[in-house]
Design a protein around this ligand. Structure first.
Ligand SMILES: O=P(O)(O)OC[C@H]1O[C@H](O)[C@H](O)[C@@H](O)[C@@H]1O
Length: 273
């Protein structure tokens, strides 16, 4: 997967720069631990490639137009303060609003970047802390007054969805395509459109990617739900007809148990081989 071309704007630190992809400002990390790109719209991690990895951990649509105010297809969109059409715009406004890089800390073996979303009173509404080392930790904190939903809507890069197996999920899930609680196989493979909400009772999911000979592990901390999504042939904005073949969304979520003020949720993402 080749990353979109970015235009250099400003150096923040020898390992950190501000760049621009079409209309979207992005923070670019180039460090011994690996390379990452984060859009300030949405505090949206677009790409993370640890130094030892042959491929990016995340899938990013090769036809993404990078327009301000439009959700970006790939990486980790932060869906907040609601999921899906529980409000408008779909999946909340956090993913289409500009966040601020409020703090950074760069050491030899770890980089920490903090992004903050402010409300119309200039009060902090949410914070995303990203830590890059051999693994990537994304920690979300909800500071708003109202209860909120969240999905860290991670698009993982797989060599071939037909040769991908997802391990660690329960054997029942809410199939949102027909709104039925169903028995589903676990481990699970994919050969059609899939949109399921699982209970996050087991905090570890593993994506076994046979084509790229690697396994991605996702640790879901303080999640209530895990969403698994692949649109298959269903027409999806900013996704090519073949896009579904190399991605799988496994989303660390708080849908059925809402977040209260001050609560945090984490996704820890690592390659296990
Ligand atoms: O197209 P988006 O608004 O980015 O949503 C993409 C997908 O997100 C989640 O995975 C939902 O479960 C799906 O129903 C939805 O289609």
């Amino acid at each position: 997967m080749s990353l979109p071309k970015a235009q250099f704007i400003k150096q923040i630190h020898p390992n950190l720069s501000l760049q621009q992809i079409n209309e979207i400002p992005v923070i670019v990390l180039d460090h011994a631990v690996g390379k990452a790109m984060i859009a300030l719209q949405g505090a949206h991690l677009l790409s993370w490639q640890p130094h030892f990895a042959a491929q990016d951990i995340f899938w990013l649509s090769e036809i993404e137009p990078f327009k301000l105010g439009a959700a970006i297809r790939g990486g980790i969109p932060v869906c907040y303060p609601w999921f899906k059409d529980n409000g408008s715009p779909a999946h909340g406004y956090a993913r289409i609003n500009l966040w601020q890089l409020s703090q950074w800390q760069i050491c030899d073996d770890q980089v920490e970047l903090n992004f903050t979303l402010y409300d119309r009173h200039n009060l902090v509404e949410a914070e995303v802390k990203m830590t890059f080392s051999a693994e990537c930790r994304l920690s979300f904190t909800h500071y708003g007054e109202q209860e909120a939903q969240l999905a860290l809507h991670s698009y993982f890069n797989v060599g071939d969805i037909a040769e991908t197996t997802l391990h660690g999920l329960p054997k029942t899930a809410l199939n949102t395509l027909n709104n039925q609680q169903e028995n589903v196989p676990s481990p699970r493979q994919f050969d059609q459109e899939t949109d399921c909400i699982y209970s996050a009772e087991n905090p570890i999911s593993r994506i076994e990617d046979k084509a790229q000979q690697r396994t991605i592990e996702i640790e879901h901390i303080n999640a209530s739900d895990i969403v698994v999504w692949n649109p298959w042939h269903k027409k999806t904005s900013s996704m090519s007809q073949s896009g579904y073949q190399t991605m799988l969304c496994v989303e660390t979520s708080r849908i059925r148990r809402r977040l209260v003020q001050g609560e945090s949720v984490q996704a820890i993402i690592r390659l296990v081989r």
